[in-house]
Write a protein that binds this ligand. Structure first.
Ligand code: PLP
Length: 493
């Protein structure tokens, strides 16, 4: 290579790495100036970039110029303090530094031997986090359980579903696959459905039981019990429940203890999806939301959502790691080594779908060390307090209603239809969402609860302060006024 960057040269890395850090730091300094939701049209980038890769190297400056002019306009700014959509996906200085280190070392830690520190640090850090959450000792690595970092909650539910499937098939015989039944509420994330599709579970055996406002959108243990008995009576085999602590639509929390009684007496694998709300349970006052987790076989939370750990870092704990290993291990000759053969080590390749894996525990380790438990608790509490304030603002405006009870830092609300005309309501709120987001000043998202088109405002971006929440409410109110008056209704707040 005659000119341009050499593949890896320490001095070139130092020089260009500093420039990149400066670029990113400047981005964070000016992040509020960008429209939160990208305003480009589909296909915009093809018009701006050449049809093929350059034959000769270009300079980093040319790339920076394109980043500014062509890429950033097509970015939705998840780290903006005005980002309130979906659930947050936190970045932090510690998380970023850990990610940098992981990219710098660039190891592929599928087996212990391929980088002992990667496996051992992951085990230790996940034991730390399990203790912060006060998970039962069964989930710690000292016994038969332990934690593993998956990419996403979808991968977490997939691997435990596969472990549960293979466990039950070993007892009832492989040909019984078509009889296996999975349970969850209709509020369960579609990741469960995808896991069933991949795991060969027949679509008609995936029971998404109704959860409505009468239970606060939580799964009723009685409903589960009835469904299980009905399926057994029909010769089917119940084998997996995915319960929620913090559903995607409304942060509903399923009653783990009671659900656990049903799963235990029927030999059903009990998985808890706490992808979003798990983080809050490091605060003693929110820990009660996972009471009953001692009944579960597996528990998952996304540290990359609301725990200052850059994407991706989805943490899964299991009580019986052998169930995962039995379902997912392969032992090709080219990976054989003394430590694995002697069964002295954990080989995380057997706890996940891919073989290769990044050194992701570094960033979680850095988050825990550079912030400490108390600061992380403060971080969560502050967001919950801001969400509470937003909820009060909504409640004070008679044109709006809170659609589902707030538990964490998500507020579900909607503009009430004038004269209680429900048919008109969904269109009104849909239009409100569109107009609010098209301002670029704020980004919120939506869901449907009992057929009601519902707006979701999730506080959780690391830079969000009270002023951003107040400004978001102002934009929502302003746009509501305009919409209501367009429809000939009183838009005065
Ligand atoms: N479970 C819950 C409760 C979620 O809110 C989400 C996403 O927001 C998921 C699962 C899926 O997350 P992932 O993107 O990590 O697969």
């Amino acid at each position: 290579m005659e000119s341009g960057l050499r593949p890896m040269d320490a001095e070139q890395l130092r020089e260009n790495g500093h420039k990149m850090v400066d670029f990113i730091a400047d981005y964070y300094k000016s992040i509020e100036n960008f429209p939160v939701l990208s305003q480009v049209e589909p296909g915009y980038l093809r018009e701006l970039l050449p049809d093929s890769a350059p034959n000769q190297p270009e300079s980093l400056q040319q790339v920076f110029d394109d980043l500014q002019a062509k890429i950033l306009p097509g970015v939705t700014h998840w780290q903006s303090p005005n980002f309130f959509a979906y659930y947050p996906s936190n970045s932090s200085t510690a998380g970023f530094l850990g990610e940098m280190l992981s990219a710098g070392l660039n190891i592929v830690g599928f087996s212990w031997i391929t980088s002992p520190a990667a496996t051992e640090l992951e085990m230790i850090v996940l034991d730390w986090l399990a203790k912060m959450l006060n998970l039962p000792d069964d989930f710690l690595s000292a016994g038969n359980g332990g934690g593993v970092i998956q990419g996403t909650a979808s991968e977490a539910v997939l691997v435990v579903l596969l472990a549960a499937r293979d466990r039950v098939l070993r007892t009832v015989g492989k040909t019984a696959l078509e009889k296996l039944v999975v349970y969850g509420s209709d509020q369960t994330h579609s990741a469960l459905q995808k896991a069933c599709q991949i795991g060969g579970i027949h679509p008609e055996n995936c029971r998404l039981l109704k959860a409505d406002s009468s239970t606060g959108y939580a799964l009723s243990p009685d409903l589960l019990s009835e469904a299980v008995s009905h399926d057994i009576a029909n010769g089917l085999i119940p084998f997996f429940l995915c319960a929620n602590v913090g559903t995607t639509s409304s942060t509903a929390v399923d009653p783990l203890l009671e659900l656990g009684k049903v799963t235990k007496s029927n030999g059903i694998w009990f998985h808890v999806d706490a992808a979003y709300a798990g983080s809050a349970c490091v605060c003693p006052e929110y820990r009660h939301y996972i009471d009953g987790v001692e009944e579960a076989d597996s528990f998952n939370m996304n540290a990359h959502k609301w725990f200052l750990t850059n994407f991706d870092c989805s943490v899964l704990w299991v009580k019986d790691r052998n169930a995962l290993v039995q379902a997912l291990s392969t032992n090709p000759v080219f990976l054989k080594n003394k430590a694995s053969d002697a069964n002295m080590v954990v080989d995380y390749k057997d706890w996940q779908v891919p073989l290769g894996r990044r050194f992701r525990s570094l960033k979680l380790w850095m988050v825990l060390r550079l912030y400490g438990v108390e600061n992380l608790q403060r971080y969560i509490r502050n967001h919950i307090e801001l969400a509470k304030q937003f909820e009060e603002l909504v409640a004070q405006d008679p044109r709006f209603e809170i659609v589902a009870p707030r538990k964490f830092a998500l507020v579900c609300f909607r503009l009430l239809p004038p004269h209680r005309n429900e048919d008109f309501s969904n269109k009104l709120n849909h239009d409100l969402l569109d107009t609010v987001n098209s301002t670029g000043k704020v980004y919120i998202s939506h869901t449907a609860l009992s057929g009601k088109y519902t707006l979701r405002l999730a506080v959780g971006a690391p830079l969000t302060e009270e002023r951003h929440v107040n400004a978001a409410w102002k934009v929502i109110q302003e746009k509501a006024c305009v919409l209501l008056s367009e429809f000939g209704m009183n838009g005065v707040s």
